[in-house]
Design a protein. Structure first.
Lengths: 458, 81
């Protein structure tokens, strides 16, 4: 097979990777919110978010009153995401109609979550979005053009950058090292478990490493990064993809339910989910679900704490190290493992930056920008002035981005497309999952429990 | 056939699938929780000759030049398989 386009290199990467587009869009919105604030205005009007409702009449009145705002928000997202996807090479004529459908569905799910009886029926928006998507994609065959708008990673990265605006930089500096320590322990143990169980079961070292990275670092992205670094066979990746997706989806439902049954505070549960989920998008679905439990059934902590602890643990604690994992495993593969028939792999320190999840920079910059704006304000002043005018509109936009993401996960997960993983890879990966969940729970509750609890104190 | 060290890198090879959407099409289910456009993928792609994941900077003796690009050819960049 041949193809005309070549991979992004150098400066072109700034418009050819979705990480960078998430930064441009996320930071652009943060900058707009700050500039408007300085001019005594706000993004509030366009960052429309549904309000609680109890009857269909309430809902109709709310929608009628805000129709121009929803239209404006749709136009804003269409321009921003449309520009980005066009630059990425996705046909805009396919993207726009598909995005309209996705936006309407996301809006309906967002609205459903604000029904005053929603929690009674467990209608948590992330779970509804995921289930609806799974049913539609597996019961029907979606038209190819519709898939243009299903950019799971792009939406979640944009949401993460926006999330940075609501997380004071001092909090990242305070909690970041603990998150890194906890994540390092769990990542090393999980990788080691999957890798050595896989070898014991007679699997290829490169498959073992690919599976290990998928379970320990950052899901499918981690598995593919390491597959490239060690020169894994093509058939190794679909095995890792299948196992990560299946376990990630199981964990979206299991971790919040388990944490709720154990009565964990939001910060503690967020840290556990961040330690034990496999992919950012799936983890945010679980963490956002748990944030919806705050204040109900004795669950202590703020709703935001579940997302904040998850982000610190998963993004700062685990994701940023993928380049180091890839570099180390690449060196081990070249120097210690049997030589492969194929191109010679080159490993260098540049690997760490090349594979660095750049959207993390946007997350940190968004946090730094809003923290600088707050300056020497007291917490009360921050809550009174900045929260409603700057942070809350950005949080509403973030919720939209995440809802688009959760819906896209379901709509892109077609079980019939997933490869059969085989029993031995399944056992190896599942051994890692079991160790990860137990160790993640112990570290999040027993070892660092007080710390994560404090993060969620109102 | 030629010595690997003297050949251009895989980036320019006809067997190398590195473009994001083409890469996604090679791996069903991949974009459910990841993306061909993700920075973590770096310069990696799939070598169709060896059926392995390789870096765009790798080299091998089976390098094959790409045919000149047809300016009227679609890149297939429509986000769908």
């Amino acid at each position: 097979m041949t193809h005309a386009r070549t991979p992004a290199t150098g400066w072109r990467e700034l418009i050819a990777k979705d990480d960078w587009w998430a930064i441009w869009i996320g930071l652009g919105l943060v900058a707009a919110a700050i500039v408007l604030f300085e001019f005594h205005s706000s993004l509030k009007w366009i960052a429309v978010a549904p309000q609680k409702w109890s009857t269909l009449a309430d809902l109709g009145a709310q929608l009628g009153a805000n129709a121009p705002r929803y239209l404006a928000l749709f136009l804003l997202w269409s321009v921003l995401f449309g520009l980005a996807t066009a630059a990425l090479g996705i046909r805009i004529a396919h993207f726009l109609p598909a995005f309209l459908i996705l936006f309407v569905l996301a809006g309906l799910i967002y609205l459903l979550g604000l029904w005053d009886q929603a929690s009674r029926y467990n209608l948590e928006p992330p779970l509804v979005a995921l289930l609806l998507g799974l049913i539609v994609s597996n019961a029907t065959r979606l038209p190819a053009w519709f898939e243009s708008a299903l950019r799971v990673e792009f939406y979640v990265k944009t949401g993460i950058v926006l999330l940075g605006a609501g997380l004071p930089f001092v909090l990242i500096a305070w909690a970041g090292p603990v998150a890194m320590l906890q994540a390092a322990i769990v990542s090393l143990v999980t990788f080691g478990t999957i890798f050595f169980v896989a070898l014991k079961l007679g699997l290829d070292k490169r498959l073992a490493a690919t599976l290990g990275a998928g379970g320990a670092v950052c899901g499918v992205s981690g598995a593919i990064a390491v597959a490239g670094a060690v020169g894994a066979k093509k058939e190794h990746a679909p095995i890792a993809i299948t196992l990560v997706i299946l376990w990630a989806i199981v964990m979206i439902f299991v971790l919040p339910l388990l944490a709720k049954a154990l009565g964990l505070a939001t910060g503690v549960a967020g840290a556990w989910i961040g330690t034990s989920e496999f992919a950012d998008a799936a983890g945010f679905a679980a963490a956002q679900t748990y944030s919806g439990y705050a204040g109900h059934d004795g669950i202590a902590g703020t709703p935001e704490a579940a997302l904040q602890a998850f982000t610190l643990m998963k993004v700062i604690g685990r994701d940023v190290w993928i380049g180091v994992w890839a570099l180390v495993l690449s060196i081990v593969a070249v120097t210690r493992w049997e030589k492969i028939d194929g191109p010679q792999q080159r490993a260098g320190a540049g690997e760490i930056w090349r594979r660095f999840p750049k959207f993390v920079l946007g997350f940190l910059l968004a946090s730094a920008a809003v923290s600088l704006l707050a300056g020497g304000d007291s917490y009360d002043q921050y809550k009174k002035a900045l929260t409603p005018e700057v942070v809350a509109p950005l949080q509403a936009l973030r919720t939209w981005a995440f809802t688009l993401c959760f819906l896209s996960i379901g709509l892109t997960t077609r079980l019939r497309d997933l490869a059969a993983a085989g029993a031995r890879p399944f056992y190896a990966f599942s051994a890692g999952v079991a160790i990860n969940v137990v160790l993640g729970y112990m570290l999040s509750t027993l070892v660092f429990g007080d710390f994560w609890q404090k993060l969620g104190s109102p | 056939m030629s010595d690997a060290a003297s050949t251009p890198s895989c980036r320019a090879c006809a067997h190398f699938v590195g473009e994001a959407l083409a890469f996604e099409r090679e791996l069903p289910g991949f974009n459910s929780l990841s993306s061909g456009f993700a920075a973590v993928r770096g310069d990696d792609g799939l070598c169709k000759q060896h059926q392995r994941f390789v870096s765009a900077l790798s080299r091998c003796e089976r390098f094959a030049s790409r045919p000149a690009a047809n300016p009227h050819a679609r890149t297939g960049a429509d986000g769908c398989g």
